[in-house]
Design a protein around this ligand. Structure first.
Ligand code: ATP
Length: 260
């Protein structure tokens, strides 16, 4: 049994068919990068993994069970736009997720429990390199630092799956390179299964252990919404982006685009 199994998944919004016939399986610890033309359904797919969107047809199984139809702690997400709380400092932002859960059970957070939450938060803040900024508020942080904070927040819940929706899209190239190293380290250290949407095909090749290309196979020029995208390429990559034949594969994808 695979860690995650996607069985004949279809998704439409009204009469717009977004995705069709997606059949894939993913093992624990894989890092799947997803690329494809704008509007082809990558974020929709990610939102289905999160439980925010439901499939029109087909199913997604996590460890053999139907994926829960609402976001939960098994799945953490980091968006392109920083999703941290502006009125909380770095430490408070990371602690808050656990404090919410604890308060939901007891109505308040016990002092001893709070101490444990703080220790855990400090460890994740350290892992993302934000210890010097512990007491800073989001508006005092650079874009890269805010993304580090969002990653630390997501890790607090020990998710089995980490979903990244263009997490580095708004960052400068130099900072992106640092973030790539960070996410690679976190992926390996925490044995996470990661799904990342990116517009940057090079980033997809460099970061993932597997690359999915979303594209439409069927077209009707008179009814452009009739058919959805599928995963047209599913490529195993050498971990760490050392794939020797990147250029060949990119050329093949470009050729495919031209032939459409
Ligand atoms: N909630 C929604 N209601 C109706 N249509 C939607 C909804 N969400 C997405 N869509 C449509 O589904 C299609 C796929 O959108 P999606 O955002 O998943 O694509 P994408 O590949 O992530 O695009 P981009 O690369 O530009 O972010 C688009 O045509 C979009 O307009």
């Amino acid at each position: 049994m695979s860690f995650l199994t996607i069985n004949n998944l279809w998704k439409s919004y009204g009469d717009v068919q977004v995705l069709e016939r997606i059949n894939l399986s993913v093992e624990q610890g894989e890092f799947v990068s997803m690329v494809g033309a704008s509007g082809c359904g990558k974020s929709t797919f990610l939102n289905m993994l999160l439980g925010k969107e439901q499939a029109t047809r087909g199913q997604i199984l996590l460890e053999g069970n139907m994926l829960k139809q609402e976001p939960d702690e098994e799945r953490g997400i980091v968006f392109q736009r920083y999703s941290v709380f502006p009125h909380l400092n770095v430490l408070q932002n990371v602690m808050i997720a656990d404090e919410f859960t604890e308060a939901k059970i007891l109505g308040w957070v016990l002092g001893s429990k709070r101490k444990l939450i703080k220790e855990k938060a400090l460890a994740f803040i350290d892992a993302v390199g934000l210890t010097p900024a512990l007491k800073k508020y989001p508006h005092e942080l650079s874009g890269g630092m805010q993304q580090r904070l969002a990653i630390a927040q997501a890790l607090m819940k020990a998710p089995k799956i980490l979903l990244l929706d263009e997490p580095f899209g708004a960052l400068d190239p130099g900072i992106r390179a640092d973030m790539h190293q960070l996410i690679r380290d976190i992926w390996k250290k925490n044995k996470l299964t990661i799904f990342m949407v990116t517009h940057d095909i090079k980033e997809g090749f460099e970061l993932g252990s597997r690359l999915w290309v979303f594209d439409k196979v069927r077209h009707d020029p008179h009814a452009p919404n009739m058919y959805g995208a599928r995963v047209t390429y599913d490529l195993a990559l050498n971990t760490g982006g050392q794939s020797a034949d990147i250029n060949n594969i990119v050329a093949e994808i470009n050729q495919h685009e031209k032939n459409k």
